[in-house]
Design a protein around this ligand. Structure first.
Ligand code: HEC
Ligand code: HEC
Ligand code: HEC
Ligand code: HEC
Length: 155
């Protein structure tokens, strides 16, 4: 009987010690510094570079698009929601001139694909939001920009 209970004690002690060894190895050093997360992560997040410039930055150089946009139906869609994160472009426009990579409307196969990335029909969207289904066969012939200016779609 005695032998049995001392074995249980040993098992418990082993589990206990193993737990603390694993804990000390697995939990990052700064965990709990400020709260229930790694304290060091605050510094890491603060150090990531800013990718978005903000729409008011575009005004300086693209007055025409900006002026149209502020009075149009897309005024609540930020420039960079359509054109991609453009902080680098704002800092050095010449360097990024003609670089299609970040000008997202052109990164889509067709302009229909681009417009429908927001306006395609889906039951998950509120009824009041303009949405449509474009038959696949029509996609390459339809040019939404022929009739709609993206910066003021209903002029
Ligand atoms: C310091 C001036 C400057 C700022 C600020 C600036 N741009 Fe530009 N942008 C340019 C220049 C210069 C070009 C290349 C010349 C051109 O095509 O008009 C250009 C080109 C573009 C193009 C491609 C035009 C094309 O025909 O290929 C887009 C789209 C664009 N900018 C969007 C933006 C957006 C959105 C912002 C705000 C986040 C912005 N720009 C801020 C100067 C600027
Ligand atoms: C709803 C999406 C959308 C928004 C919002 C938007 N754009 Fe555009 N933008 C486009 C599309 C689409 C084009 C046309 C691309 C093409 O002709 O291939 C374009 C073209 C441009 C061009 C190239 C010149 C031209 O007229 O073809 C510039 C510069 C530009 N946008 C700047 C801006 C700025 C600045 C803002 C914010 C004030 C903005 N855009 C907001 C979709 C958008
Ligand atoms: C990033 C998402 C986004 C993209 C991309 C986008 N739109 Fe829109 N569009 C919106 C939002 C948001 C509204 C405002 C809808 C509302 O207030 O109900 C809107 C409104 C409109 C309206 C007015 C709708 C109405 O009921 O009066 C038209 C027309 C329109 N968009 C056409 C286009 C065209 C054409 C393109 C492609 C060049 C395009 N949109 C690309 C988000 C987008
Ligand atoms: C031949 C011209 C033409 C083409 C091409 C066209 N539209 Fe339109 N669109 C119109 C007209 C006209 C209206 C009605 C505008 C009004 O209410 O004043 C309209 C209305 C809209 C509306 C708002 C009303 C609604 O029915 O929900 C959206 C969103 C829209 N178009 C998106 C698009 C998209 C996306 C494309 C490309 C797939 C496109 N349009 C292609 C002419 C066109």
């Amino acid at each position: 009987m005695r032998k049995f209970s001392s074995r249980i004690l040993i098992i418990y002690a082993t589990i206990f010690i193993t737990f603390f060894i694993i804990k000390s190895l697995a939990v990052p050093a700064t965990f709990g510094e400020f709260g229930w997360y790694r304290g060091e992560s605050v510094k890491e997040v603060a150090n990531t570079s800013q990718k978005f410039a903000g729409a008011n930055q575009c005004f300086d150089c693209h007055v025409e698009e900006y002026a149209l946009w502020t009075v149009g139906e897309h005024k609540n869609v930020r420039c960079e929601s359509c054109h991609g994160a453009l902080k680098a472009h704002v800092l050095d426009p010449e360097k990024y001139e003609g670089n299609g990579e970040y000008l997202s409307p052109r990164a889509y196969p067709t302009i229909v694909d681009f417009c429908l990335s927001c306006h395609n029909r889906s039951t998950s969207k509120p009824e009041s939001f303009s949405q449509m289904t474009v038959p696949h066969a029509h996609e390459e012939y339809w040019d939404c920009l022929q009739c709609h200016n993206p910066h003021n779609p209903i002029e």
